[in-house]
Write a protein of this length. Structure first.
Length: 260
């Protein structure tokens, strides 16, 4: 079971989405699908053993299918493009297809923060308030250069994701942002973790997932609306990232799940 929580104003510059995941009683027989995702997320979770974990999930280049498991509480903060690099202190390219402990990235103990979050219980607002204080202290250390680079990365990500109305090619984005194409590609891979072309592939597949879930058009129309040349182009790319075709995925014919 999942539910979105309003992003606090204090975190709006760093976080685009907050989601609470809680035990839903599905049991181990129901698969848990991790979709391809060009974003980086910060997770606080509690375990059945009564332990708290602070984790960072880097960009996922392909879907994975796992045996479902129950966690008492799990709060996910999806970081905005360009925010992860100064906040975590490492190139995001080092986190691709990885789950890392926040302590490892912050090069120091996070035990006090984890303890404070455990004391907040399962109240998302209390957890967010305490976590927000720690993130604000961390981000205050960024330089003016970090801020400028982050703004460039965010603008490029929005253009590649189609949030500005259409997906722009990288050379056009570079010209609009007044930087060289090479410089923009380097900044993007450092700040998002992926080359622009791979970022676009994931954005297109996620568009198919969104449109397919509320499909009122044929697959050919979904393909064109999602930015593909045609339906066969969509099916081939979707299969590479999701492991199955769109038709199979939405029919529930998924790859066999494995233990997380």
């Amino acid at each position: 079971m999942s539910a979105e929580v309003t992003v606090p104003e204090s975190l709006s510059g760093l976080v685009s989405e907050v989601t609470v995941l809680a035990a839903d009683g599905r049991g181990p027989g129901q698969p848990l699908v991790h979709l391809p995702d060009a974003g980086t997320s910060l997770i606080f979770r509690t375990t059945l053993a009564g332990r708290g974990d602070l984790l960072v999930i880097g960009p996922r280049t392909r879907a994975s299918y796992h045996v479902g498991k129950d966690l008492p509480f799990c709060l996910r903060l999806r970081l905005r493009p360009g925010a992860a690099r100064p906040l975590l202190g490492v190139p995001v390219s080092e986190l691709v297809d990885r789950v890392a402990g926040l302590e490892e990235l912050w090069d120091g103990s996070t035990a006090a923060l984890t303890g404070a979050l455990m004391e907040a219980g399962r109240d998302p607002r209390r957890v967010l308030a305490r976590l927000g204080t720690a993130l604000a202290e961390r981000i205050e250390r960024r330089s003016a250069g970090d801020e400028t680079r982050g703004e460039l990365v965010r603008a490029a990500a929005e253009a590649l994701d189609g949030r500005t109305g259409r997906r722009e090619p990288v050379p056009a984005i570079a010209r609009r942002l007044a930087v060289s194409e090479r410089h923009l590609r380097g900044l993007f891979e450092d700040g998002v973790g992926l080359p622009p072309k791979r970022f676009e592939r994931i954005a297109r597949v996620r568009e198919v997932l969104a449109r397919g879930g509320r499909r009122r058009q044929g697959w050919a129309q979904v393909a064109v609306a999602s930015g593909y040349y045609d339906q066969s182009h969509m099916a081939a790319e979707f299969r590479r990232l999701m492991g199955v075709t769109p038709v199979a995925f939405f029919a529930g014919r998924l790859p066999a799940p494995h233990t997380c």
